[in-house]
Every structure is written in structure tokens, then in C-alpha cells.
Design a protein around this ligand. Structure first.
Ligand code: SAT
Ligand code: MN
Length: 592
């Protein structure tokens, strides 16, 4: 094998072992050069793996369709393999590591025969930043290579930065036959390794993303004193003030990308408000030299949900998809060789191919043209509102942490926790209606603590404890303030009661004012709620009374809700931090 790329002994030994085991016909190192990437794109077009789109309208953009049974993350087949089952905890699927390796070996052995093994060296975070971590993913899929090349920093610079260090995450992806019965997404936190077999869909195979940057990284963070969170990062600048940064955690497909790239309402724009995007999905957070918490976005692109993205909902994301983007499972408009999805505009193409690859006429068909979890993989640099701090190796200082779910009832538009630990409690009791981002039923409320239910790489009780311990190291004056939001309240007729999108800035505005002690709030059983008069409704077709109706605390409904929290907490036995049990009891008392 060609070894000019690195002399790292642990990496070379691992590769030798994998080559002997997987038996590829060819081995190719990914250096991320334009020539190499262009050649791979051409090859993928030749084999039909990708379709080249209209070069004038969508330069350097491609369409890919996955197998019909391979369109979302598979939580039931996602495993955390630790030597002790207790270390994976009650919210993860666990298997004994030795047993799991045996199972995976049987599936993967020789599976690269006749195929090419691509070796992708990548950095999560700016290459060389103290926040950053390095991974090596081997794959037999060009689609994976091209997506990783957008989503992460790839190439020789990463290997140079790694040097001879053993501190890198081993990732093995084998497409196999894309057999759903043999599909497994497995994290081995104690081995710093990931194995993914029989899938070719985004979150299952772009191993830098959920597998590494959340599951493995959360485990590393626990041991090394930092945090990996399912959070966007945005910068909000008020006229004449310095930029404040907010991290916000929402489950998949609940609008993180839209919030991160928000365009302020007219009146705010006129005054000079500005929102800039640092990240739309993942935050790595650690304490800076000044005692404040700092965050980076470890990714280099956006793997966003296409349906619903349009000129109104998220013009910045749409703009980001106009070049160098890979579309997955959207609808192919044959008239002009572009793409379309539900909610893009009101003119579905009539001469099209749907996400399954069948002829589709948007005027006639009852079926969807794009899969509800169809995606775009767009380079971050394309985003018109990308923050100038995006590449800052020291990250950005966080003023506020925001949790949020999709709840038609109960949860008010916004409330603030009483202190850090109460904020951890607020995150831990998050509930949200399920979406198409994972296989399974859609629209069912489930508990999704910190939006990390599918992504926490260790016992969630220990994870909560880690949050509490981080808080103990922070000066309360410098600690981010913690909030909860809900953009998704519905009235009796199933209509959303809050306009959402750009108007969410009105809530962020209040949040920053709270952080700076500029505005009062009312203390309630669940935390501090805004006075309706303090949320600016200027330019909105909404009365203060209407706003009040989503700033309510229905005590009976909350008591019901906390029964679900009892059930969740009970699963953790002595792993449940006492601090959280105490706060739960206190909140219950407040509701009496
Ligand atoms: O499919 S991904 O896991 O990458 C996206 C998501 O579900 O948040
Ligand atoms: Mn996500």
C-alpha cells in the first residue's frame, strides 16, 4: 500500500488490518484536492450513483437517491457497545462489544471485494484548534466521500496535524447490500471507534456527524471536561452592540437550520438587527481562559432537511444550496434538470422523477415528490449569513443556552430557568413530537432530553451529572443563562399560534435582554416567563392577549407531564443526579 500520506503507526496498522479483512480491489487516499473530488464526481455520474444537475442553474450540484428502505437514521439499530451495559444506560441500545464485533465481522468480512476502499482523513472543527478532533473513515461509497468532503475538513493537512498520535476516531463504513435486516450503526466509545454496515443514508454513514461529533464526542467530553451537544450556534447583533451568541438544542427536523439562519422581521432589520450562523446542528463546548463557555461548530457544511425550505422560511439555506451541493432523495425536475421538494414553491414540476426514481407529475400525483427526510448537503461557505467567527479556532462565547421541542400543547413560547441546575432540569425533561428524521411513527410525543436521546454516547444519568459538574466550575455571573422555547403551539383548529421563522427573533431578543438583566419576568411554577408586553409584536398580526395564551402555565397539564418525567427518571436508578430529583420534587410542589 502507498504510505506517503502518513507514517502514523496506529493508523497504518489499523488500515493494514482492515484491508486484509475487507479485501478491497483498490485503496484510495482522499486528499480533498479539486482534481480528485472532480474525478470522483465524474465516476459517480458514470455509474449512475449521482445525477449531474443543470450547470447553469445549480453549478457543481448533484442528485442522489438512496434505497427506499434507507432514508433515515435507524435508532433501534444504533448501538452503544461498552463493556458494562450500565455505561450505555437505559436510553441506548447496548450489546457486549466482543459479541457485537463478532456479529459485525460476519457481516462485513470481505465486503469490499471488487470495490474501492476510500480512506478519508477528516477533522471535526478547524484543523489544529484545541476544540478539534481527528477521525479516519474508510468507506466503499463515493457518495460518502463526497458528502464527508462537504461536511468536514478533509485531506493531507489533517494527517499532518495528527502526526504520530493515537488520538483519532476509527470509522468503518461498509455499504454491503444495504440490507435493512443487517443494518447496524455501532459506537464503541471505549475503543474510540465506529462501525456502520448496510446503510448508505446520511446520518448512518457520514460518520463524522452523529456517530462521532455527538455519540463518541459526548463520551470523550465527559472524560476530558467538555461537552458535545445537539445544538445550533447563532450570533445575534443588536444595533450598536457587540454580538451575543446563543446555542440551541432541538430534536432533528425541528427547525435548527431555520433558526440558525434566521432573517429578522422588517422592523428589526430597519433598526439594524443581524443574525449570523456559526452552526446548525452540533456544538462542541468548553470553558475558555476567561471562565466563560465557548462553542465551535465541528462541521463544515449543512446536512439540512429539504422539504419546507423556501425563499420565505429560509432564504439563506436555499442560497447555500445553489452550488457545490449534493441533494439526497428530492424530486428531479426533468424540464430544466433541477430539483424540487414539497414546500419549495407552489409549482411542482409535471415532468419529473420522484425520490423513488419513478416518473412523477406534481399536478396529478397523490404521492410526495421528495421524501419528507430528503436532504441537501451544502458547504457552509455558501451561506450568505455565515458568521465571520465560523473558522475561529477559539470558538465563540455563549450567552444563552436554549432548549426546545415540538409541542402542540403545554409548553409556553419561552421560559427561563432559575439557575444552571434548574436549566439542566429543563433540558432533561424536554419532550418533542417525533419527525421523519428517524424511522418509526411521526408526531408522537417522546421524552428527548437535551435533544440528545438518539445521540448521547453514554449513560444519560452520567451525562446529566456532567452538565451539573460543568456548572459547578462556572462563576454564575459568567455561566450562560438557560431557556426553553416552543414555536409549535397549536390552537383547537390545528393552526400554529406563533408565526415562527424570522419572528422567532422577537423571542431571542427577550432572551438576550434577560441575559443582560434588562427586562423583568414573572416567576411561575416552571420558571421565569415573559410579561406579554415585553415581547415586541410590532408588525405582527397578533394581540397581547393571543400572545398571553401561549405564555401560560396550565398546572394540571404540567402535573400530567411530570408523570412522564417520573417514568423517565425512574429508569436511571442511582444514576439519576440527586440535584435533578430534588428540582423535580420542588417543581411538583410549586404546581400544587
Ligand atoms: O440524518 S442525520 O442524523 O444526519 C440528521 C438528523 O437526524 O439530525
Ligand atoms: Mn441533528
Amino acid at each position: 500500500m502507498d504510505t506517503k500520506h502518513t507514517s502514523n503507526p496506529s493508523l497504518l496498522a489499523w488500515l493494514d488490518e482492515k484491508i486484509a479483512f475487507l479485501k478491497p480491489a483498490e485503496v484510495v487516499w482522499i486528499d480533498g484536492s479539486k482534481e480528485q473530488i472532480d474525478a470522483l464526481k465524474a465516476e459517480a455520474v458514470k455509474t449512475g450513483e449521482m445525477v449531474k444537475l443543470n450547470e447553469e442553474l445549480l453549478p457543481d450540484c448533484y442528485l442522489h437517491r438512496t434505497a427506499e428502505n434507507d432514508v433515515a437514521r435507524v435508532e433501534a439499530r444504533t448501538l452503544i457497545c461498552t463493556s458494562k451495559e450500565e455505561d450505555a444506560g437505559p436510553t441506548n441500545h447496548w450489546m457486549d462489544p466482543a459479541e457485537c464485533h463478532k456479529m459485525l465481522d460476519e457481516i462485513a468480512a470481505g465486503s469490499y471485494a471488487g470495490r474501492t476502499m476510500y480512506i478519508i482523513p477528516y477533522s471535526m472543527g478547524p484543523v489544529g484548534s484545541k476544540f478539534s478532533k481527528i477521525g479516519i473513515e474508510i468507506t466503499d461509497s463515493i457518495y460518502v466521500v463526497l458528502n464527508m468532503n462537504i461536511m468536514t475538513r478533509v485531506g493531507q493537512a489533517v494527517l499532518d496535524c495528527l502526526g504520530d498520535s493515537d488520538d483519532w476516531v476509527r470509522g468503518m463504513h461498509c455499504k454491503c447490500n444495504v440490507d435493512p435486516e443487517k443494518r447496524w450503526i455501532v459506537q464503541f466509545p471505549e475503543e474510540n471507534s465506529i462501525v456502520s454496515v448496510n446503510s448508505a443514508y446520511g446520518g448512518n454513514v457520514l460518520l463524522g456527524k452523529k456517530c462521532f461529533a455527538l455519540r463518541i464526542a459526548s463520551y470523550l467530553g465527559k472524560n476530558e471536561g467538555w461537552q458535545a451537544e445537539h445544538m445550533l450556534i447563532l450570533g445575534l447583533t443588536k444595533p450598536g452592540e457587540e454580538t451575543k451568541y446563543i446555542c440551541a438544542a432541538f430534536p432533528s427536523a425541528c427547525g435548527k437550520t431555520n433558526l440558525a439562519m434566521l432573517i429578522p422581521p422588517e422592523g428589526y432589520l430597519r433598526k439594524g438587527y443581524k443574525v449570523e450562523c456559526v452552526g446548525d446542528d452540533i456544538s462542541w463546548i468548553r470553558k475558555g481562559p476567561d471562565g466563560r463557555l465557548y462553542a465551535i461548530n465541528p462541521e463544515n457544511g449543512f446536512f439540512g432537511v429539504a422539504p419546507g425550505t423556501n425563499e420565505k422560511s429560509n432564504p439563506n439555506a436555499l442560497a447555500a444550496t445553489k452550488k457545490g451541493t449534493i441533494f439526497t432523495n428530492v424530486c428531479h425536475n426533468l424540464d430544466n434538470n433541477t430539483v424540487w421538494w414539497e414546500g419549495l414553491d407552489k409549482n411542482p414540476p409535471t415532468n419529473a422523477i420522484d425520490w423513488k426514481g419513478n416518473p412523477w407529475n406534481g399536478q396529478e400525483s397523490e404521492e410526495k415528490g421528495a421524501h419528507p427526510n430528503s436532504r441537501f448537503t451544502a458547504p457552509a461557505v455558501n451561506c450568505p449569513c455565515l458568521s465571520p467567527e465560523f473558522e475561529n479556532p477559539d470558538g465563540v462565547p455563549i450567552s444563552a443556552i436554549v432548549f426546545g421541542g415540538r409541542r402542540a400543547k403545554l409548553t409556553p413560547l419561552v421560559y427561563q430557568s432559575k439557575d444552571w441546575n434548574h436549566g439542566v432540569f429543563v433540558g432533561s425533561i424536554m419532550g418533542s413530537e417525533t419527525t421523519a428524521a428517524a424511522t418509526g411513527a411521526v408526531g408522537v410525543v417522546r421524552r428527548d432530553p437535551m435533544a440528545m436521546l438518539p445521540f448521547c454516547g453514554y449513560n444519560m444519568g452520567d451525562y446529566w451529572k456532567h452538565w451539573i459538574e460543568i456548572g459547578e466550575t462556572l462563576d454564575p455571573e459568567k455561566a450562560p443563562k438557560i431557556f426553553n422555547v416552543n414555536w409549535f403551539r397549536k390552537d383547537e383548529n390545528d393552526n400554529f399560534m406563533w408565526p415562527g421563522f424570522g419572528d422567532n427573533l422577537r423571542v431571542l431578543d427577550w432572551i438576550i435582554d434577560r441575559c443582560e438583566g434588562k427586562v423583568d419576568a414573572q416567576e411561575t411554577a416552571i420558571g421565569y416567563l415573559p410579561y406579554a408586553k415585553d415581547i415586541n409584536l410590532e408588525g405582527l398580526d397578533m394581540t397581547e392577549a393571543q400572545l398571553d395564551s401561549i405564555l401560560d402555565v396550565d398546572k394540571d397539564a404540567w402535573e400530567e407531564e411530570l408523570k412522564g418525567v417520573d417514568e423517565l427518571y425512574a429508569k436511571f436508578g442511582n444514576k439519576l443526579p440527586k440535584e435533578l430529583a430534588d428540582i423535580l420534587a420542588e417543581v411538583k410542589g410549586n404546581l400544587k
